[in-house]
Ligand binder design. Structure first.
Ligand code: FES
Ligand code: FE2
Length: 396
């Protein structure tokens, strides 16, 4: 077990959780130490709300989907009563896993000895179990996982006492709806997948600043106006907003077409998902950044649109993300991951504008609103402060 204290772990005093303008970056060891990776599972991913999919993807009774959260397998199931529930995907008999992938079922039947559970997790009795002395089916029901539908999407949390997202992120909900009308009615339109040789925090941090956009993304800085790109931190998220241009070399957008909007809006949302609205028809896509090891990350980019079949602009946007934007970013974060092992590097310095709107720390101990120029890295500091708070929660 990790023996280091917070001082050693976070390179304090150089990393300053509530002082972005004076802070260095997190120490490099946090991006490759296997013990840190294990701690993150317990202290972050098993205690936070994790993105699954849109609720319409599990619309009918018996529809199910299995997802992995670290080394935990979780099944999300729509019951006969229409309610969505999540369970630990493990049989209460001798621990065989129950469901795989996604599909539709009338009941949950274990492949090992055929114990059968109702869609609400209740174990059904049978002639074999009736012979077992003192056996009570209630004792061996499936164990629940916290589930919430937020903005029309399904989220799960292993912490049964976690505050709901509707409470934790009410202002975020309102902010997203300014750019995406009624996300509840969007439909799933496809997924891109990427395997990245980098720590998940490295991927989040790359998303959290657009300082790198002019040198690294020549087409992206034509698609939106980088000069007025603004990052604002609040609560569990950071928003990244900029007006878009019709003519650009990423993909063309017709601003006069009914329903099209010429805005780029994206949000990082704690701990490992981004919401993205690209210029064009109503759309919302999610970059889900899932750690698979200390230095490997699996990423889904899921698209939700007005219709299942993308129109020409949407197809062009998806191709741009797949063939240009993501390869550009993956090249950056994989190079950083190799660099973090250098004996010449431990902590860098964040580039933060001196005059942050709303003050240097905000009213909530460094998690208040920050707004600054397009080259400022205050979004990274916001993420690192959320990370610091989560990792040290038991010791403060
Ligand atoms: S392990 Fe599931 S029925 Fe035996
Ligand atoms: Fe980028």
């Amino acid at each position: 077990m990790l023996q280091k204290n917070d001082e050693e772990l976070f390179g304090l005093k150089k990393f300053k959780p509530n002082e972005p303008a004076k802070s260095y970056t997190l120490p490099s060891e946090l991006y490759f130490n296997p013990e840190i990776y294990e701690l993150e599972q317990e202290r972050i991913f098993y205690k936070s709300w994790n993105f699954v999919c849109h609720a319409h993807q599990l619309a009918s009774p018996g529809a199910y989907k299995v997802v992995n959260l670290g080394n935990q397998s979780i099944a999300i199931v729509r019951g006969r009563d229409g309610s969505l529930r999540a369970f630990h995907n493990v049989c209460s008999h001798r621990a065989h896993q129950l469901l795989t992938g996604e599909g539709k079922t009338r009941a949950i039947t274990c492949p090992y000895h055929a114990w059968q559970y109702e869609l609400d997790g209740q174990l059904k009795s049978n002639s074999v179990l009736e012979k077992v002395e003192g056996f009570k089916t209630e004792e061996f029901c499936l164990k629940p996982v916290n589930l919430e539908v937020f903005l029309g999407f399904v989220w799960i949390n292993l912490d049964m006492n976690a505050a709901p997202l509707s409470v934790q992120a009410a202002d975020f909900d309102a902010d997203v709806r300014k750019y995406v009308d009624t996300p509840e009615t969007l439909v799933y339109a496809g997924r891109l997948t990427f395997e990245i040789k980098a720590n998940w925090k490295n991927v989040v941090e790359n998303f959290q600043e657009c300082y790198h956009c002019p040198p690294a993304h020549p087409a992206l800085v034509e698609l939106f106006d980088h000069g007025v790109y603004r990052t604002k931190n609040y609560g569990l998220c950071s928003s990244h907003i900029a007006p878009a241009r019709e003519e650009n070399s990423a993909y063309k957008v017709d601003g006069t077409k009914a329903g099209n909007q010429l805005m780029y809006a994206a949000w990082y949302f704690w701990p490992n998902v981004t919401f993205n609205v690209f210029p064009g028809r109503r759309n919302l896509s999610f970059m889900h950044i899932m750690p698979t090891g200390p230095e490997t990350t699996y990423e889904h980019w899921d698209f939700y649109l007005d219709e299942v079949t993308p129109n020409e602009e949407e197809k062009a946007a998806m191709e741009y993300i797949k063939d240009v934007l993501q390869p550009e970013d993956i090249g950056l974060v994989e190079s950083v991951q190799r660099g973090l092992h250098s004996k010449a590097y431990t902590q860098g310095r964040l580039v933060i504008d001196k005059d942050l709107v709303g003050g240097a720390c905000g009213s909530s101990g460094g998690l208040g609103e920050h707004q600054s120029s397009s080259t400022s890295e205050h979004g990274i500091h916001h993420f690192q402060t959320l990370y610091y708070n989560a990792m040290t929660a038991g010791s403060r």
